[in-house]
Design a protein around this ligand. Structure first.
Ligand SMILES: *[C@@H]1O[C@H](CO)[C@@H](O)[C@H](O)[C@H]1NC(C)=O
Ligand SMILES: *[C@@H]1O[C@H](CO)[C@@H](O)[C@H](O)[C@H]1NC(C)=O
Length: 213
């Protein structure tokens, strides 16, 4: 009997966590109007390549027609050397699942990357925390993610409340990214003290043309 129970609970663990992108649980009955407004990234799991470093703040807006757009800012290195705060813009396309969006993004400066990524909301209480997930590439052999990134968002610049930390940890585990996150710091005034992106000299064609953020 005990062995049977152990087998059953192992099965439950592997179900909860088969790590196939198609089976990742997202927020139920997601309400994008309540998700709108400002979020501070307090944790992140990077994709392959360069990515935003810190001071990452996103603002989501839902207009009267239900169209979601966002602006985001974060510190990043461009041309390997220049430290800037990148201003990004995005438009969101709804899908059949209200918590899963396709996101088209681009930089306010042409030096920044453009792209088209998933934007999934794994969990949120709308007022304190949100867990975001995006998979850029799926392994064909087993359906797991080959290149993902994720943000842990907080409504509070100071970070997650103690009572939300446990929920967020469980969600990191559900999306198979437990232990893969780094803390995102916020330093007031840091962006303002950096070289404005428009005054950066554009390197020649031998340099990496666009940065992956
Ligand atoms: C979504 O949230 C908004 C703002 O709180 C509310 O007015 C609206 O009724 C909610 N929509 C649904 C479908 O619950
Ligand atoms: C899925 O396949 C990839 C590529 O072969 C491999 O690296 C990864 O470990 C596999 N994941 C699982 C959970 O089997």
């Amino acid at each position: 009997m005990l062995r049977y129970l152990v087998a059953l609970s192992l099965l439950a663990v592997s179900w909860a966590q088969d790590c196939q992108v198609a089976n990742i649980p997202v927020m139920q009955n997601f309400n994008k109007s309540r998700y709108a407004g400002q979020w501070y990234a307090v944790g992140k799991k990077d994709p392959d390549g360069l990515f935003l470093l810190d001071n990452i703040v996103a603002n989501f807006n839902v207009d009267e027609d239900g169209i979601t757009t966002a602006t985001a800012r974060g510190r990043v290195y461009i041309f390997k050397y220049w430290e800037v705060c990148a201003d990004m813009r995005a438009t969101f396309e709804d899908t059949s699942d209200p918590a899963k969006f396709k996101m088209k993004y681009w930089g306010v400066s042409a030096l920044l990357q453009t792209g088209y990524d998933d934007h999934w909301v794994i969990d949120t209480d709308y007022d304190n925390y949100a867990v975001h997930y995006s998979c850029r590439k799926v392994h064909e052999v087993n359906g797991t993610c080959a290149d993902s990134y994720s943000f842990i968002f907080s409504r509070h610049e100071s970070g997650l409340r103690l009572e939300d930390q446990q929920i967020v940890s469980a969600k990191k585990h559900d999306i198979c990214l437990a232990g893969k996150y780094r803390r995102v710091t916020h330093t007031p005034g840091q962006c303002e003290n950096l070289t404005p992106i428009d005054s950066i000299p554009v390197p020649g064609p031998e340099d990496e043309a666009h940065q992956n953020i």
